[in-house]
Write a protein that binds this ligand. Structure first.
Ligand SMILES: *[C@@H]1O[C@H](CO)[C@@H](O)[C@H](O)[C@H]1NC(C)=O
Ligand SMILES: *[C@@H]1O[C@H](CO)[C@@H](O)[C@H](O)[C@H]1NC(C)=O
Ligand SMILES: *[C@@H]1O[C@H](CO)[C@@H](O)[C@H](O)[C@H]1NC(C)=O
Ligand SMILES: *[C@@H]1O[C@H](CO)[C@@H](O)[C@H](O)[C@H]1NC(C)=O
Ligand SMILES: *[C@@H]1O[C@H](CO)[C@@H](O)[C@H](O)[C@H]1NC(C)=O
Ligand SMILES: *[C@@H]1O[C@H](CO)[C@@H](O)[C@H](O)[C@H]1NC(C)=O
Ligand SMILES: *[C@@H]1O[C@H](CO)[C@@H](O)[C@H](O)[C@H]1NC(C)=O
Length: 451
C-alpha cells in the first residue's frame, strides 16, 4: 500500500507542481509558493474595494514563510489583531470613516488567517477567527452612510443568510438618506468554493451600490457561515437557495421585481446558472467566470492513476491516498488545500464522498437548456483552473442567450475572477447588465469589443 500511495502522491505532486509553475500570479509573484502567491494577490485585490491596503498585504507577503500554514496564520492574525486594536481606540462618533475603514481591513485579515486551517476540522480557530471577522465587518458596515442589514431566510432544511445593501450605500452616487422609496434594480451575488459574503462586498458589492442598484449577498450550504453555523455542505439543487431570496425581494417595496439579476463568482459560475435553470424570475445571470464542472476542471489536472482509483470505487484506498496527500507537507499547497477545503465545505471527512458529491454539482446541456434569461459568461485568459475551455462550453450551450467575454492578461485582468482588476470586471459585466435592463441588443461575444 505504501508504495502505491507514494506513486500516486509523486505523480499528483508532479502534475500539480508543473501546473503551478505556469500559474504563478500574473501581477507579481508575492510568494515562492504559487498558491500563497495567488491568495496574497486575492487579499491585496480587496484593497480595490476598501477591504485591505496594498502595503499591509505586501508586508504580510514579506513575513510569511512560503508553504508554511502556521506562518500564514500568525502573520495574518497579527495584522488583524493590530488593526482591530487601533480601530477600537478610534472615537467612532467623531471619526466614523476612520473606524469603518480599519474594521473592514481587520475583518479581511481575520478571514485570511483562517484560509489554510481547514485540514483539521476540529481546529477551534476556524470558528473563533470567523466570529472576529463577522463582528468587525458588521461594525464597519454599521458606520456606512446607509448601513446594510443581515437576515436569515428560511430554505428547505437550512437557513440562508443574506445581507441587503440599499443602493448608493457608498457616498459617491446619489446617496440621500431621505430619498423616497422607489423600486430599483437589485443584484444578488453569491460566491463559490471558499469565498464569503464579506469579501464580495469589496470585490463587487460596492461597485453595484455605486451604480444606484440594491446589492444583496448570500451564502448557501457549504459556504462559510452556513457551513460553520449549520454544519451543512454543498448541495446540487442550488435553486433551493436562490428561490427564497427572490421571494423575499419580491415582497420589498424598494425592489424592482422585473430587474433582479444573479451573479456567481468562482464555483458560483456553476451555482448561479444552476439556480437560474429552475428560478425563472431572474432577469439576467452573470457567471464570473463560466464553469460547467469544477469536478472536471479538478480531475483534468490529476494523474490518471488517481482518477482511475476513484473510478474503481475503492473508497477506502482512495480516502487513504487523498488524506495522505492532504497531510503531506512536501506536496504542493494548492493540491493540499483543495482537498482540505473540499472535505470541509462538503461537511465530510471522506475524500471519496467529497468527489462523489462534487461530481454531481455540474452543468450540462440539458440543465443549461432550462435557462431562459440573458447570461454573461466571463472567462479569464490566464485562469488555469476554471479556464481550459469551460466558459466557451457554457456560452455554446446557451447559444443566443450568452454574451461571452474573455478578460485579457495584457491588461492584468486574465486571473481567475479577474482578481486584482475589479474595476474592469465591474465595468464590463455591470455595463452589460445595464444594457440588459435597458432592453438593448446584446452581442454574443464582446471580447475586445466596446464594453
Ligand atoms: C486538530 O485540532 C484539535 C484542536 O486543536 C487538536 O486537539 C488535534 O490534535 C488536531 N488534530 C491534528 C491531527 O492535528
Ligand atoms: C442567523 O442565524 C444564525 C444561526 O444560524 C445566527 O447566529 C444569526 O444571528 C442569525 N442572523 C440574524 C440576522 O438573525
Ligand atoms: C433628498 O431627497 C428629498 C426627498 O426627495 C429631497 O427633498 C432633498 O432635497 C434631497 N436632498 C438632496 C441633498 O438631494
Ligand atoms: C455534518 O457533519 C457532522 C459531523 O460529522 C454531522 O454531525 C452533521 O449531521 C453533518 N451535517 C449534515 C447535514 O449531514
Ligand atoms: C510525501 O510526498 C512525497 C512526494 O511529494 C513522497 O516522496 C513522500 O513519500 C510522501 N510522504 C508520505 C508520508 O507519504
Ligand atoms: C428543466 O426544468 C424542468 C421544470 O422545472 C424540470 O422538470 C427538469 O428536470 C429540468 N431539466 C433538467 C435537466 O434539469
Ligand atoms: C470571441 O471573440 C474573440 C475576438 O474576436 C475570438 O478570438 C474568440 O474566439 C471568440 N470566442 C467565442 C467563444 O466566441
Amino acid at each position: 500500500m505504501r508504495i502505491t500511495n507514494t506513486f500516486f502522491v509523486l505523480g499528483a505532486a508532479y502534475v500539480l507542481g508543473q501546473q503551478q509553475e505556469d500559474s504563478s500570479s500574473i501581477i507579481y509573484q508575492l510568494s515562492s509558493d504559487p498558491e500563497f502567491a495567488f491568495l496574497l494577490e486575492e487579499y491585496m485585490s480587496l484593497s480595490n474595494g476598501g477591504g485591505a491596503n496594498t502595503g499591509e498585504v505586501l508586508r504580510l507577503a514579506s513575513q510569511i514563510t512560503a508553504g508554511d500554514f502556521e506562518s500564514w496564520y500568525s502573520e495574518f492574525k497579527y495584522m488583524a489583531d493590530s488593526l482591530h486594536k487601533k480601530a477600537d481606540a478610534i472615537d467612532k462618533k467623531r471619526f466614523p470613516v476612520s473606524a469603518r475603514d480599519a474594521y473592514f481591513r481587520s475583518a479581511s485579515y481575520y478571514r485570511g488567517a483562517d484560509f489554510f486551517l481547514h485540514s483539521n476540522q476540529s481546529d477551534p480557530r476556524i470558528f473563533s477567527l470567523w466570529d472576529s471577522a463577522l463582528a468587525d465587518f458588521d461594525t464597519a458596515t454599521s458606520l456606512l452612510p446607509s448601513p446594510p442589514f443581515r437576515k436569515n431566510l428560511t430554505g428547505d432544511g437550512f437557513d440562508i443568510p443574506i445581507m441587503f445593501f440599499p443602493a448608493a450605500t457608498v457616498g459617491h452616487g446619489n446617496h440621500n438618506a431621505s430619498r423616497p422609496q422607489e423600486r430599483i434594480p437589485t443584484v444578488i451575488v453569491g460566491s463559490g468554493y471558499d469565498g464569503s459574503q464579506e469579501a464580495l462586498y469589496h470585490s463587487i458589492g460596492r461597485a453595484i451600490t455605486e451604480r444606484g442598484w440594491n446589492y444583496v449577498s448570500y451564502e448557501g450550504p457549504g459556504q462559510p457561515t452556513v457551513r460553520r453555523q449549520q454544519k451543512i455542505g454543498f448541495i446540487p439543487n442550488w435553486w433551493d437557495v436562490v428561490t427564497p431570496i427572490v421571494d423575499y425581494l419580491e415582497s420589498r417595496p424598494d425592489v424592482d421585481a422585473q430587474k433582479i439579476a444573479l451573479i456567481g463568482e468562482s464555483f458560483g459560475g456553476t451555482l448561479a446558472p444552476m439556480a437560474a435553470s429552475r428560478e425563472h424570475r431572474i432577469s439576467a445571470v452573470l457567471a464570473i467566470d463560466g464553469l460547467m464542472s469544477l469536478f472536471k476542471a479538478l480531475t483534468s489536472q490529476l494523474p490518471d492513476a488517481l482518477n482511475n482509483l476513484f473510478a474503481s470505487g475503492n473508497s477506502e484506498v482512495f480516502d487513504e491516498t487523498m488524506l495522505g496527500i492532504m497531510n503531506n507537507a512536501t506536496v504542493p499547497t494548492q493540491f493540499r488545500w483543495v482537498i482540505a477545503q473540499g472535505l470541509w465545505s462538503f461537511n465530510t471527512t471522506s475524500p471519496f464522498e467529497w468527489f462523489t458529491r462534487l461530481s454531481k454539482i455540474a452543468l450540462d446541456e440539458e440543465i443549461v437548456a432550462n435557462i431562459t434569461c440573458p447570461t454573461f459568461v466571463g472567462d479569464g485568459e490566464h485562469d488555469t483552473l476554471a479556464g481550459s475551455g469551460q466558459p466557451q462550453e457554457l456560452a455554446a450551450a446557451l447559444g443566443s442567450l450568452a454574451t461571452y467575454n474573455q478578460f485579457k492578461q495584457d491588461l492584468g485582468a486574465g486571473e481567475h475572477c479577474q482578481i486584482g482588476t475589479e474595476a474592469q470586471l465591474a465595468q464590463v459585466s455591470l455595463d452589460w447588465l445595464g444594457d440588459v435592463w435597458d432592453g438593448m441588443k446584446l452581442p454574443n461575444n464582446i471580447t475586445g469589443g466596446a464594453y
